[in-house]
Ligand binder design. Structure first.
Ligand code: NAD
Length: 271
């Protein structure tokens, strides 16, 4: 990492960090497409591992006439959680979603016309919901920080044997004490009777859709830079705020801390 930083500084590269492009309302438009894909895939992957031959409880998400649907519990009502919920509802599951943010829960309630149970996330409500889940989906994010370990080992132990836990937030360390990263080649492991899925690059399963989604989100910024050159940094605050290196200067404090280089303010670098 220091080597890469040094090469960018020595080469006088103007580096704009993809993951730091942030709109006025706090949204991260270049990360959203992958959260959408991962959210949708979480239910497909989870329902696959619920199948009997895959070690799961052998339940169909939507149930049948006369047989109740499976219960899906989604933690986090952001982009990934919303997309997971949409797919789970579409497959006929009984869905609960938990978040700390009432506005996001309310958006889910309205968007799904009350077809989803919205629940304020507390230790007690989490413990109750996790224990009853056939499929548990972790989709929490605290921007700029590791995911909080809110699903305890005790909660996982309370789940039914053969139930499935897909932790989308594994790329930020995961939201459970029991989750660890896995790979697409070997995506699951069993712990305390629960099948754990911890793939950090879930969108790689649908490379065509993911690439199209990512490039569609990126293109408007590429066009801005193509039309305005480096002036785009002064004209568009979302690009300016994402500046990491410019004219041999480092402008990101976190990178400075991680690499030992000194950072200057973005304003100073653009003077
Ligand atoms: N594994 C993958 O392939 C993959 C792909 C894309 C995104 N992700 C990850 O998915 C996660 C979700 O991303 P997103 O874009 O949906 O984020 P987001 O910011 O849109 O949503 C996260 C939600 O988590 C909620 N939250 C925070 N703490 C909580 C708590 N204690 N209880 C309940 N909810 C809580 C927030 O209020 C927010 O609504 C991130 O960790 C992201 O890095 C993983």
């Amino acid at each position: 990492m220091p080597d890469v930083t040094k090469a960018m500084l020595d080469g006088q590269v103007t580096g704009i960090a993809y993951e730091l492009v942030r709109l006025n309302d706090g949204r991260l438009p270049l990360l959203e497409p992958m959260s959408e894909v991962a959210g949708k895939l979480s239910v497909l992957n989870g329902s696959y591992f619920l199948l009997g031959q895959n070690g799961g409880r052998g339940v169909l998400l939507g149930g049948t006439v006369g047989v109740q649907p499976a219960k899906v519990v989604v933690i986090g009502a952001g982009i990934a959680g919303r997309c997971a919920t949409e797919v789970a509802l579409g497959m006929g599951a009984d869905v609960s979603i938990l978040d700390l943010n009432y506005a996001k829960l309310d958006q889910m309630r309205v968007a799904t016309q009350n077809r989803v149970r919205t629940i304020h996330s507390t230790k007690a409500s989490l413990a109750r919901e996790v224990a009853s889940a056939d499929l548990l989906i972790g989709a929490v994010l605290i921007p700029g920080a590791a995911a909080p370990k809110i699903v305890t080992t005790e909660m996982i132990k309370s789940m039914k044997p053969g139930s499935v836990f897909v932790d989308i937030s594994i790329d930020q360390g995961g939201c459970s004490e029991t989750i660890r990263p896995t790979s697409l080649d070997n995506p699951v492991y069993e712990q305390h009777g629960v099948i754990h899925y911890g793939v950090c690059n879930m969108p790689a399963q649908t490379p065509r859709t993911s690439t199209q989604a990512l490039t569609a989100a990126t293109l408007p910024y590429v066009i801005k830079i193509a039309n305005h050159g480096l002036d785009a940094l002064k004209k568009f605050p979302e690009l300016k705020g994402a500046l990491n290196t410019h004219k041999g200067l480092l402008t990101n404090n976190e990178v400075a801390e991680a690499t030992g280089f000194r950072a200057v303010s973005i304003e100073d670098a653009l003077k």
